[in-house]
Design a protein around this ligand. Sequence first.
Ligand code: UDP
Length: 435
Amino acid sequence: MQDEHLSIFSVSQSFLPYIGGLARYVDALGKQFVKRGHQFQVAHFKTPQTDVIDFSGGIEIIRINVPKLGDETLSKYMQFKELVLKITHAEKTDDTSGYEEYLEVNAKIAADVADAYKYKPFDILNVHDFQTLPIGGMLKDAYGINVPMVFTWHVPFIAEIPQFWKDFFIKNMDRYDRVIFSIPEYSEAAIKCGLRADKICTLPPFLDTEGYLPQEPNKERAKYSIAQNDFLVACVSRMDPRKGQEILIDALDIIINKEKRTTVKCLFVGNGSFSKELLKKERSARVQILMDTVEAKGLQNNIFFTGKVEDSELYSVYQDCDVAVQPSLHEGFGLTVTEAMVFGKPVIGSNVGGIPIQIEDGVNGYLFEKGNVRELAQKLMNAMDEPQRRKEMGEKGKETVKNKFSSEMGYEQYIRIYREILQKRNPQPEQTEGT
Ligand code: UDP
């Protein structure tokens, strides 16, 4: 049983080539399973630009034609998704509109997953994140599929939520054999909301460290005419107000305009969300708002926006920067912090979600109170004045990733969970002496 190869079927809203924290996580996990001879399939929403079936490093990708449901249904589904994000990020709302469409989209995914199962049964279903939470229950109720099921929650989880949402989350999570959260705080909140403790596992996210390839030095600096001795700050994030990009702009305003440290430069990497791509919206309106703010402060020669970039360019940004900043107001885990550490860069991050699990203040970077512009400005200036310390912190960061957040470790934890469930469902007869 221990050596048996498994077939894993993952479901997530987004996957490659759309890149976000979730896609990187599932890809890193899948590569580890494939490397060890297991089968790993991923089903996710088809965008207009992608094929129905594809492969990525041995991972079979099945793209579900959700756009067929129409823009109106999808817009309402996204409205409900936004409400879920509000609730899980402590923003108040009593609105539940879009719930029906959310279920409709999930019913479509469940139907396709059921087809895939009938065609080629798998050993484990692993559903990722709230967008596809009802799939487990739907497969059981509508198709009688009772395969072992794991659900991984990727955003923050808090206990202080209205009853409708508690019922919605817990009722659906309860349909799975195990529910995985990224940090203890979220697991404890789920228990408070009524999820059985013996269903819960706490596993930090992880990265495919080998996938982050070194690039030709100073390529990104050259692209934006940033001199080699300019102090370069990198901020890689979705363009979402929860990521707090304005906090960093305000801190840079202090450093550059008030402290006159004009050789500080900053690259903001990222664009809108997967939802925008699904609805064929190219440019995030938020980028424009942030660019206007930068212009109003006269910082357009110091702060640049790259938009969404290819992986090789992303790696160049991490490699060329002196320090990375993650100024989130809310954060699930914050894989960009881990990524900067892979490149040996100190990270200055706010003390929210999974960021303090990764940054040890003064060891591999600095933590600051979320939203505290002055503290961020001060910590950035400290980092500017301590080149040797930055180097040491970067080395410590590399160790942090290797010891705590590598995909090899992620694989070990997931396979243990999968095997435990399978063993519980089909107990193997005890080996008796002489047999
Ligand atoms: N990312 C990227 N290109 C971009 C912006 C972000 O590849 O233009 C990636 C980033 O490298 C990281 C992920 O998107 O792997 C974001 O993960 P994180 O956990 O920080 O945030 P999320 O978007 O999942 O909340």
